[in-house]
Write a protein that binds this ligand. Structure first.
Ligand SMILES: [Zn+2]
Length: 256
C-alpha cells in the first residue's frame, strides 16, 4: 500500500458520491491540485468532522492509488490551520467562490502549486478580515496571473520599453502582455483598451500591495476590470461559473 502523505490543503469543490462518499478537489501546499475520494465522509465525524466543504482549510491525509486519478483521502483535521470566516456575508461568499474557481482554473493536477496555495490562503484570510471589494479581487487576480507565469506589465511600453506615466494614453493589449504607448500603437494592430498611463500603472501597483491594504485600495475601474476579464478569457478555456454572480454582488464599475 502506498505510504500515507500529509499536506495543508484548501477545499475548492466537493460533490457527493454514492450513499456516503464525497469527491473533493483541493489545492494543497505539498502535492499540487488533487482530486480525492473520502469514503464515508458523510457518516464519519471522527475522520472528517464536517471539514470537507468548500473553503475548509485542513491538514489532509491521503494515499495515492496505483491506478485512477483520485487519491484516497484517509482523514482531514483542522490541525491549527486558520479557518476562513466568510459566513453570513454575500459579498465575501461570492468573491471567495470566485477565488476558489480561479485557483482551480489556473492550476493543473500533477504540477507543483505551492505558490498558488499560499496566495489563495492569504487572499481568503484578507477577505475574511475585511470587505469584499473589487480592489481585493483584482489584487488576487494579478498575483495569481504572475504566479501562473502570465506576468503583465503596466508601467512601460511592451514594444519600446519606455516608462509610461501621467495622463498620456496607453493601450492595454492582451496578446502583448501589457500596455503599448501611443507612439507604438500604430505598429500594434490588435484590439486594445485605451486608458491613462497613471491608471494603468496603478493597476500594476495593486498586484504588489500588502494584502492588509488591498481591500481598501482604489480598484482599477471599469476599463481595468474589462482588461483583466479579457485576459482571463484568453488563458482560461472555460467560462467561470462564479463570475456572473460575483459581478451582480460587487460590480466592478462602481468602485472605480
Ligand atoms: Zn512604445
Amino acid at each position: 500500500m502506498p505510504a500515507e502523505e500529509a499536506t495543508p490543503a484548501i477545499v475548492l469543490r466537493t460533490r457527493d458520491y454514492l450513499e456516503s462518499d464525497r469527491i473533493v478537489t483541493l489545492l494543497t501546499e505539498q502535492a499540487g491540485k488533487l482530486g480525492g475520494i473520502a469514503k464515508g465522509a458523510k457518516a464519519s465525524r471522527r475522520r472528517f468532522e464536517h471539514r470537507l466543504e468548500p473553503f475548509s482549510h485542513v491538514m489532509l491525509y491521503f494515499r495515492r492509488r496505483p491506478h485512477g486519478q483520485l487519491v484516497f483521502i484517509t482523514r482531514a483535521e483542522a490541525a491549527g490551520l486558520p479557518p476562513f470566516r466568510l459566513e453570513d456575508d454575500l459579498g465575501r461568499l461570492a468573491l471567495g467562490a470566485y477565488m476558489l474557481e480561479l485557483a482551480e482554473a489556473l492550476t493543473s493536477e500533477d504540477a507543483e502549486a505551492s505558490g498558488a496555495y499560499h496566495l489563495l490562503a492569504e487572499a481568503l484570510a484578507a477577505l475574511g478580515a475585511g470587505d469584499a471589494t473589487t480592489a481585493l479581487r483584482q489584487a488576487y487576480e494579478l498575483r495569481l496571473f504572475r504566479w501562473a507565469g502570465f506576468g503583465m506589465q503596466f508601467d512601460r511600453c511592451r514594444m519600446c520599453a519606455e516608462t509610461q506615466a501621467g495622463p498620456a494614453a496607453v493601450y492595454f493589449i492582451i496578446g502583448r502582455g501589457g500596455i503599448v504607448c501611443a507612439r507604438c500603437r500604430e505598429r500594434a494592430p490588435e484590439g486594445g483598451i485605451g486608458r491613462g498611463a497613471a491608471r494603468a500603472a496603478a493597476l500594476g501597483e495593486l498586484g504588489g500591495r500588502p494584502w492588509a491594504d488591498a481591500a481598501a485600495a482604489t480598484a482599477a475601474g471599469a476599463d481595468g476590470a474589462l482588461a483583466i476579464a479579457r485576459f482571463i478569457a484568453s488563458v482560461v478555456d472555460r467560462k467561470l461559473r462564479s463570475v456572473e454572480f460575483l459581478d451582480s454582488v460587487i460590480a466592478p464599475a462602481t468602485r472605480a
